[in-house]
Design a protein around this ligand. Structure first.
Ligand SMILES: Nc1ncnc2c1ncn2[C@@H]1O[C@H](COP(=O)(O)OP(=O)(O)OP(=O)(O)O)[C@@H](O)[C@H]1O
Ligand SMILES: [Mg+2]
Length: 253
């Protein structure tokens, strides 16, 4: 793995704003580092990051995986060739836009296929990181991908939570699991869509430093309703400022 590569993964329970923040982070990184190679990965089978980033992926990782496994059965290729071919296919399926590349894991058709795609995703991340300076991973809700070590080698783990007591209490659990299974350098908590941002006075919750508290952003809601990407948000949007705050807290900008 390239030592310079920063791999930022967003994790947290469902609906807290992982995708919105992932997209905002990608936008800010592209603006701050126009000469860097940036890869956005939608690791959530439920998809969403593509819309938030305004891209339309043609082939997902799951489709490539299926095709590859078929080809392997056909030709019994050498492992090296398979990896090379997989890499070629991946680059072929990646969308380059506005200064970043985009890759989506996709949605396996049959239930129960998620382990296979998660294992594949882990290998793909390992294979691709060398070629990028920044990789932003919009994770699936919950800690499944941490448990399955998909996010094993991320450098920056961003926990996203709402402001509820229950939500914030789970942070400690996430941190404990991450400490065991993720080799992160930095971890940070973003309290998103906080109805009472001033009430978050702690510097640390559940052992995780609070890197940003982001209030409700009506512009973000409107953007979402209209199906617009984060690139269409005003530069001074609350959610973008929150994402900048988080990136500064993590030492990424
Ligand atoms: N700070 C904010 N202000 C207003 N709306 C927000 C904010 N953050 C996120 N949202 C909205 O909240 C909803 C959920 O956000 P998002 O899809 O980013 O969450 P998620 O954690 O990725 O959800 P899932 O677990 O389903 O993938 C979206 O409609 C989004 O536009
Ligand atoms: Mg999401």
């Amino acid at each position: 793995m390239g030592n310079h590569t920063k791999i930022v993964a967003l994790t947290g329970k469902g609906g807290v704003g992982k995708t919105s923040l992932s997209a905002s982070i990608v936008r800010i990184l592209t603006e701050n580092y126009p000469d860097s190679k940036i890869l956005a990965i939608d690791a959530d089978p439920a998809v969403g990051l593509s819309v938030a980033l305004g891209v339309k992926p043609e082939h997902t990782l799951d489709e490539i995986r299926k095709k590859m496994t078929e080809d392997v059965a056909d030709k019994l290729k050498e492992a090296q060739d398979i990896l090379a071919e997989a890499k070629f296919q991946l680059y072929d399926s990646m969308i380059e836009k506005d200064g970043f590349a985009f890759l989506a894991i996709g949605r396996p058709e049959a239930a129960g296929c998620y382990c296979a795609i998660n294992t594949y995703l882990r290998k793909v991340i390992e294979m691709l990181v060398d070629d990028f300076d920044y990789v932003v991973i919009d994770g699936e809700a919950g800690i499944e991908q941490i448990n399955r070590r998909v996010l094993e080698k991320v450098t920056h783990l961003v926990c996203v939570s709402d402001q509820s007591r229950k939500g914030l209490q789970i942070i400690e659990t996430i941190k404990n699991v991450a400490d065991e299974l993720v080799m992160y350098d930095k971890i940070g908590l973003v309290v998103n869509r906080a109805p009472l941002p001033d009430k978050v006075k702690e510097k640390e919750i559940g052992g995780v430093p609070v890197v940003a508290v982001i209030p409700q952003d009506d512009a973000m809601t409107e953007n979402d309703i209209e199906g617009r990407s984060v690139f269409e948000l005003d530069d001074s949007a609350i959610v973008l400022n929150g994402a900048r705050q988080a990136l500064r807290g993590l030492g990424l900008i």
